[in-house]
Write a protein that binds this ligand. Structure first.
Ligand code: PLP
Length: 405
């Protein structure tokens, strides 16, 4: 009996982390990694944001004490203010905010909590989406349904397919929406399209979980990138019947704090309800799972967001990152069009860290085997891996695989 349990087949390796290991082991001098969603500067090196560097200096010899179960209250308040903007101050009773183990931990906490207390029949996730959405919700024991998000034919959003699929959801089913800079497609909804989704969600009483991992990366403007979260929150607050919404907020990308695991989960309930009971339950889950969240990264974020000068520097840092990526998009499009005589204009229209290139799994495989250029098999390219030193090599490689297939 015991043997049956322990004699498990080996599960498939995580695609992105597996490729990163292969890339590290690849000795080719011209190899290029466009796998991970982690910013690299124009020399291809990891970048410590100047605002973060300064915050670390100010923190000096920080202590290594435990945080409370819900994390640092200063951090969660600043995180709440960043995502909800001017409406944050009116969210006293109606919101529960808890520090989480980065964006992944916030998504997981939401799934565990909602599976237990909301008991949705199904969770609707975009097709395609960040690979972990499916795993997180499957592990929480909720049936996962994919809704159409992107059309491979038009290389644009499939908003009709999305709305049609969500019409089939039942009250209290969960819908995952990425707040901005959609991973992996780089294609977001327009404001009128978001409003249509918000009306549907309201009418069908669906519970939305916003995944906000790229605030500041879509437009370079942290308020612009949070528009949809604020819009939906206002409608939930005003509603007497809506079940509520969650925001899983990550600080990995917009602060370059990938390994520090900084995040927060916010739960908003309608005005006539209190979220304080929900907060106590979220704390029970976090206490049982990891006791209390990591301190160091949260201290950096609260130092930056809590200081006017450092906050201004951080916004400039966001601009440095997002404008470099934008410049690379322009160069990539121009050079690919020259090399292949095909239309690559969609690369420039997409936003955020990723480009959905439309390259097939076979072409991606050839890029890796023949040219040591690494992308995800879906054709997702992390724009961060491109720079002026490697773009011509990458363009030639893509030209070869596109023309040879
Ligand atoms: N959500 C989305 C859409 C992402 O793309 C990512 C990371 O790539 C995450 C959440 C989680 O990021 P982290 O756990 O590193 O904060």
């Amino acid at each position: 009996m015991t043997k049956q349990y322990l004699d498990l087949p080996v599960a498939p390796a995580d695609i992105a982390f597996g490729l990163m290991t292969d890339f590290e082991a690849d000795p080719h001098p011209k190899k290029v990694s466009m796998i991970a969603g982690a910013y690299r500067d124009e020399n291809g090196d990891p970048w410590i944001l100047p605002s973060v560097k300064e915050a670390k200096e100010r923190l000096g010899e920080a202590t290594h004490e435990y945080l409370g179960i819900a994390g640092s209250p200063t951090f969660t308040n600043l995180a709440k203010e960043l995502i909800f903007g001017p409406i944050a101050s009116s969210l006293q009773e109606n919101a529960a905010s808890i520090q989480a183990v980065s964006g992944t931990g916030a998504n997981h906490l939401a799934a565990t909590f909602l599976a237990r207390y909301l008991r949705p029949k199904r969770v609707f996730i975009p097709s395609p989406t960040w690979i972990n959405h499916k795993s997180i919700w499957e592990m929480a024991g909720v049936a996962v349904v994919e809704y159409p998000y992107y059309s491979h034919d038009t290389r644009e959003l499939n908003v009709t397919g999305m709305l049609d699929a969500l019409e089939h959801a039942d009250p209290n089913d969960v819908v995952i929406l990425q707040a901005c800079a959609h991973n992996p497609t780089g294609v977001d909804l327009s404001k009128p399209q978001w409003t249509e989704v918000s009306n549907l969600v309201q009418r069908k009483k669906l519970f939305v979980v916003f995944d906000s991992a790229y605030q500041g990366f879509a437009t370079g403007d942290v308020d612009g990138d949070a528009w949809v979260v604020r819009h939906f929150t206002e409608t939930v607050l005003a509603s007497g019947t809506h079940p509520g919404l969650c925001v899983a907020q990550s600080f990995s990308k917009n602060f370059g704090l990938y390994g520090e695991r900084v995040g927060a989960l916010h739960l908003v309930v309608p005005r006539h309800l209190s979220a304080q009971g929900a907060l106590s339950e979220l704390m029970l889950i976090s206490r049982a799972e990891y006791s209390n969240p990591p301190q160091f990264g949260a201290s950096i974020v609260e130092t930056v967001l809590g200081d006017r000068g450092l906050r201004a520097q951080w916004k400039a840092d966001l601009h440095t990152m997002s404008s470099r990526i934008q410049r690379m998009r322009g160069m990539l499009r121009q050079r690919l069009e020259k090399e292949t005589l095909l239309d690559w204009s969609y690369i420039e229209k997409q936003i955020g860290m990723f480009s959905y290139t439309g390259l097939t799994a076979h072409q991606v495989d050839r890029l890796r085997r023949e040219f040591h250029v690494y992308l995800l098999p879906s054709g997702r390219m992390s724009m961060c891996g491109l720079n002026e030193g490697n773009i011509d090599y990458v363009v030639c490689a893509i030209g070869e695989v596109v023309q040879g297939s």
